[in-house]
Ligand binder design. Structure first.
Ligand code: GCU
Length: 423
């Protein structure tokens, strides 16, 4: 009986892949979270409290520098800017309510990325959500006119990936994550690209995207501070934002960077480095995203840097099992969005991403909004109950269900745009 039970658990774990961690010592019990002290936010290099909002600029630079050197790596200076060409003319979709267009971003003929854009069918520029997708633009919608991405992809049966390549059956397989109709109905646009076009998500192929553009530009960057895939995805998001300014109907001054899970980590890193993003959305980004590392609840720095070493810079792994000594924690990353708009979302059953740790980081980060004189989270003292969004320029919600981005999440994001960015 015991053997049979053990067998069932093992096969389930294999089936569910990396999201079931019953076999290890992962902390999923609030009483096992160690006592911790978060590194302070509003102090200068000497540890003295910041006095005026003007002091924040220097503090901001210092925090960014530490996150770059210790976690995500440094974005190389001198990377080329993209050239934008039209792959097709805007085509009416959604019964004429929207226009769909494909663009190609190209860097000196050395790298290229296809971008899919949906915008309302009028000429007034609207806020634009900019986010990467996991399985190619063709997976966002079944529309056969969307180019089928034939580059390397992570294995996935539900997404009909065969030998690491998409197939005709892959079309539309991630459509539930991209409720285009909802975004259009709320007078916003969407711009998306396949994340693997920037950096394929595996150590063996990670250099097959834009990485070679940085060759020769990193000589002055210590090897252990050189960027990983999260840095490359983040740079890609900024390139997409820059491209948005040349697309009629998109208001690039109201660009919202959005990402789910590992791409939520990338969205945060893009949004804090590139202050031209007006709003930043983290959906279930978890460890090294919105969740506090010091809680060591769910995924830890040790686990993430051993499973996904190619996401980070070399220094990141040195913090494995030393979270309490890290010079920064993730509330400080979230604070770097201030005074712009931040929306952090969790899913209550997504314990691996530590929903409470994501809320607590957001709550601590709110200090920056208060300091700079805006209303961030407002009078929120406790983690809200499920499906009850809170906040103003800092918004937080925890949804019923597990690790995903769905229509409920997007409904909250377009509402945040309506209340903060719509003119
Ligand atoms: C894994 C990983 C997480 C990541 C997630 C995802 O579970 O451990 O850090 O966020 O994949 O991207 O779906």
């Amino acid at each position: 009986m015991l053997t049979r039970r053990a067998f069932t658990v093992t096969s389930l774990a294999t089936l569910l892949g990396s999201r079931l961690h019953a076999q290890d010592d992962t902390i999923y019990d609030e009483s096992k979270v160690p006592a911790y002290t978060l590194p302070p936010l509003l102090v200068d290099d000497a540890g003295r409290p910041l006095r005026a909002a003007a002091d924040w600029g220097r503090r901001r630079v210092a925090l960014l520098d530490t996150f770059a050197a210790q976690l995500y790596g440094r974005t190389p200076g001198g990377l080329p800017a993209c050239t934008v060409t039209q792959v097709d003319r805007p085509v009416p979709v959604l019964d004429g309510r929207a226009l769909r267009q494909q663009l190609r971003l190209d860097w000196l003929g050395r790298a290229s990325v296809d971008v899919l854009v949906y915008r309302p069918a009028h000429e007034r520029p609207v806020p634009v959500f900019i986010g990467l997708n996991y399985y190619g633009n063709h997976a966002v919608d079944p529309d056969p006119a969307i180019l089928l991405n034939r580059r390397w992809m992570r294995a996935s049966e539900p997404n009909a990936i065969v030998d690491h390549r998409a197939t005709e059956r892959s079309r539309g397989t991630t459509a539930l994550r991209w409720p285009i109709d909802l975004v259009i109905a709320r007078d916003c646009a969407v711009m998306t690209a396949y994340y693997g076009d920037f950096a394929p998500d595996d150590p063996s192929v990670v250099r097959d995207g834009i990485a070679p553009l940085a060759d020769g530009l990193q000589d002055r960057i210590p090897v252990r501070e050189r960027w990983g895939a999260i840095g490359m995805w983040a740079w890609g998001l900024s390139q997409m934002r820059a491209a948005a300014s040349s697309v009629p109907g998109l208001d690039a001054t109201r660009a919202i960077v959005i990402g789910h899970s590992r791409l939520g980590k990338a969205a945060l890193w893009a949004g804090v480095q590139d202050e031209a993003f007006a709003m930043v959305v983290s959906n279930d980004s978890g460890c090294a995203g919105a969740a506090l590392s010091r809680r060591i609840y769910g995924e830890t720095i040790a686990r993430i840097t051993s499973s996904f070493p190619h996401w980070f810079c070399g220094n990141a792994a040195s913090w494995a099992n030393r979270e309490a000594e890290m010079p920064v924690d993730q509330h400080q990353l979230l604070a770097l969005v201030a005074p712009r708009v931040l929306h952090v979302a969790s899913a209550i059953d997504d314990r691996w991403a530590d929903p409470r740790g994501e809320f607590l980081a957001t709550q601590s980060a709110d200090e920056a909004w208060r300091f700079l004189g805006g209303t961030g989270l407002g009078p929120v003292t406790d983690m809200p109950t499920v499906d009850t969004p809170v906040g103003q320029r800092v918004r937080y919600h925890v949804r019923t269900g597990g690790h995903d981005i769905n229509r409920y999440d997007w409904t909250q994001y377009v509402e945040t745009v309506r209340s903060t960015l719509h003119k």
